[in-house]
Design a protein around this ligand. Structure first.
Ligand code: FAD
Length: 289
């Protein structure tokens, strides 16, 4: 039994992307078997906006379910027609899937917002509720450091609140390394009446160049001291992994101790980084209790 999972629900969840190749699919089965040691609440699977990974997402969801773990497909509405979304929902419902992560997704190149009948994640949440009632538990994205396309924190928060009011049951944040940004977001959302769990999205640190590039794209801040330390290790992978592990373990421990409702690891389909952090958290938890 997972010691940290002593509350009403399990504390950790995981995220995958659907592998493109057969070898990747086989590796992900092995990865999942390793990660089940964490007893995750669920494993979610991303979805390429415009439907580019529709089959891959469904296959990965099936693989996770077959291994006895709750599988949660993401669904991004940008560029999709409502009838296609409804078909996907009906398919998941027929397979007994009860949870979905509802997203806008990012614009396929060449497409403007006006071209899409489902413009925002709020439209998708509304469609899911209209079509499937309470069958699905609906999770949505949250941005403690503000969505990169938003004009202001206040507008972004109001849009988040509207998404929750449309029927979301849980939010998962974009990853962050600054816990204050997370708590500030939670406080401001709660002050606006949001009372669903806002689970902290956590990205293990394994590669400085990729992380720096991705953080720039998705508007997640890589604090200067972390960037400088990682940069100073150059090609020394072991030092990057060791430093990254310490930083992220401390962040997760801090979040848990201060009452975050859960931690969602962006695994990038790798078992070791998340598992190592989880084991360190278990050891800290057991030592203190
Ligand atoms: P929204 O909540 O619709 O917000 C997008 C922007 O529009 C924000 O700036 C918001 O302030 C603004 N906005 C919202 N409503 C309105 C309105 N009514 N009027 C004006 N502005 C408005 N992407 C994928 O393609 N596939 C995935 O599987 C995927 N999984 C993700 C999982 C998590 C946990 C997170 C945090 C992100 C994920 N993403 C994924 C990325 C996400 O799709 C992008 O960040 C996307 O740009 C926004 O999606 P959203 O659902 O947050 O959009």
């Amino acid at each position: 039994m997972n010691q940290i999972n002593t509350g009403e629900s399990r504390f950790f969840s995981l995220e995958y992307f659907p592998p493109r190749e057969q070898a990747g699919r086989e590796r992900l089965v092995a990865t999942t078997k390793q990660l089940l040691e964490m007893d995750p609440a669920y494993i979610s699977v991303t979805y390429g906006a415009g439907g580019s990974t529709r089959e891959g997402t469904e296959e990965t969801v099936q693989m996770i379910s077959a291994l006895g773990c709750e599988a949660v497909p993401h669904l991004a509405c940008m560029g999709s027609q409502p009838k296609d979304v409804i078909e996907i929902l009906d398919n998941y419902r027929a397979k007994g899937i009860r949870n979905i992560v509802a997203l806008r997704g990012d614009l396929p190149s060449g497409m403007g917002l006006a071209d899409s009948p489902l413009r925002y994640a709020t439209d998708l949440v509304r469609l899911i509720r209209e079509h499937a009632g309470d069958w699905f538990s609906v999770k949505v994205a949250a941005y403690p450091e503000m969505h990169p396309q938003a004009d202001s924190f206040d507008e972004d928060l109001d849009n988040f609140v509207a998404k929750v009011d449309a029927g979301a049951d849980m939010a998962i944040t974009q990853y962050f390394y600054n816990a204050d940004a997370y708590w500030d977001f939670v406080d401001r959302a709660q002050a606006k009446g949001v009372n669903i769990p806002i689970v902290a999205g956590i990205m293990p640190i394994t590669n400085y160049t990729k992380l720096a590039r991705f953080s720039k794209m998705c508007g997640a801040e890589l604090p200067r001291w972390i960037a400088k330390r990682l940069e100073s290790y150059g090609d020394d992978v072991q030092s990057i992994l060791a430093f990254g592990h310490d930083v992220v373990t401390r962040l997760c421990d801090d979040l848990r101790r201060h009452g975050a409702p859960g931690i969602h690891f962006y695994t990038l389909n790798q078992a070791e980084p998340a598992l190592k952090i989880w084991r360190a958290l278990q050891a800290k938890y057991i030592a203190k209790n």
